[in-house]
Ligand binder design. Structure first.
Ligand SMILES: NC(=O)c1ccc[n+]([C@@H]2O[C@H](COP(=O)([O-])OP(=O)(O)OC[C@H]3O[C@@H](n4cnc5c(N)ncnc54)[C@H](OP(=O)(O)O)[C@@H]3O)[C@@H](O)[C@H]2O)c1
Length: 304
């Protein structure tokens, strides 16, 4: 029997339910994975809340979770490239909140041996989006990047990759995260009133990566940057759309390339996020509440 988190209807964290189930035999193209770490993203509770149901309808009941890492325990006969005992990273739409999981082999990439399961589980969505967005911005070493929300899952990855590329990073965060951002090598600033003046006093910026969105972040971007081809957002909303700020969007055929690239950066020690809290899988609802509150530093990890 294996613990799985289901939701039968769209709603808040109260619709999540832990169930014990037998896993059916593998179908062609599938791989069974014993999950070691499951990463929580804001997208998880947004999908369960139904924010994406018009363009991403899920057959209900459904299982949340877009990324995880574990060990292969069984492989369908037609699958090549994976064997029992392989350590893998999974990324896909839904289905990761499971202790034992069956995934299409196409959703798996090898986990580097020297990246632990927690770090690996959190790479595809946050670090992958950071990597894809920085590719879009095409900034040069020595230029300055402003990161709105630099202490969150995406923001930390943007900061670490940008610093690795030789950029100077100014990152917004609440004051409790400033020392942490300094420890990464970024210059912290508080978001809210005074942000534009403070960043201007630091010499201004050549690019902006917005991980928070909303009227205030977009207004600050517009005040600080005249060339909006050097701005991108993972928090697309009406404000960024009206301003003409491009959302991060990696073509689907780039996903495996980008996950492999961030896995390599993690293996080289460039990427490493703090785990704010390890939460038992059966308590996924609590993870939703923490994520929804909007002040996670690094990542929340569900432990099967
Ligand atoms: N489109 C995509 O491909 C994609 C991919 C990943 C994520 N996303 C989206 O990107 C957003 C961020 O994701 P995440 O995983 O980084 O979230 P997260 O880990 O929950 O981080 C949220 C961060 O936002 C910061 N924050 C809170 N209020 C802020 C404000 N007023 N101004 C600036 N920053 C503020 C918080 O910093 P403090 O604690 O210091 O306040 C916190 O570090 C979410 O909306 C998510 O759905 C989109």
């Amino acid at each position: 029997m294996s613990t799985t988190i289901y939701f039968d209807e769209y709603g808040d964290s109260s619709v999540l339910e832990a169930r014990e189930e037998e896993l059916p035999p593998l179908n062609a193209g599938e791989v069974r994975v014993s999950q070691r770490a499951i990463s929580v993203n804001p997208a998880d509770w947004k999908i369960v809340a139904g924010y994406a149901r018009d363009f991403l309808p899920l057959p209900l009941p459904a299982v949340p979770g877009n990324e995880s890492a574990g060990v292969v325990t069984e492989v369908a006969p037609d699958v090549t490239g994976f064997a029992v005992g392989d350590e893998v990273i999974r990324t896909g739409i839904g289905g990761s909140y499971r202790a034992e999981a069956t995934f299409p082999a196409t959703e798996l990439v090898p986990k580097p041996a020297d990246v632990d399961f927690e770090q690996a589980a959190g790479l595809p969505v946050a670090a992958g989006s950071a990597y894809a967005g920085l590719e879009m911005l095409e900034l040069e070493p020595g230029q300055t990047l402003l990161v709105h929300g630099a202490a969150g899952g995406v923001g930390i990855a943007v900061t670490q990759i940008a610093l690795h590329l030789g950029l100077r990073v100014i990152g917004t965060a609440s004051p409790r995260n400033h020392e942490f951002l300094r420890s990464l090598g970024a210059t912290p600033v508080a978001y809210g009133p005074g942000l534009v003046d403070e960043v201007t006093a630091l010499g201004g910026v050549d690019g902006v990566f917005d991980t928070h969105g909303g009227a205030d972040c977009v207004a600050a971007t517009l005040a600080l940057l005249s060339d909006l081809t050097r701005a991108t957002t993972v928090a697309e909303d009406q404000h960024s759309a009206e301003a003409g700020i491009a959302p991060v969007g990696a073509p689907m055929d780039s996903v495996a390339r980008i996950v492999a690239a961030v896995a390599e950066l993690a293996a080289r020690g460039v990427l490493r996020f703090p785990v704010q809290e390890r939460i038992p899988l059966a308590e996924a609802a609590r993870a939703f509440e923490l994520s929804r509150a909007g002040h996670v530093r690094g990542k929340l990890i569900l432990v099967p």
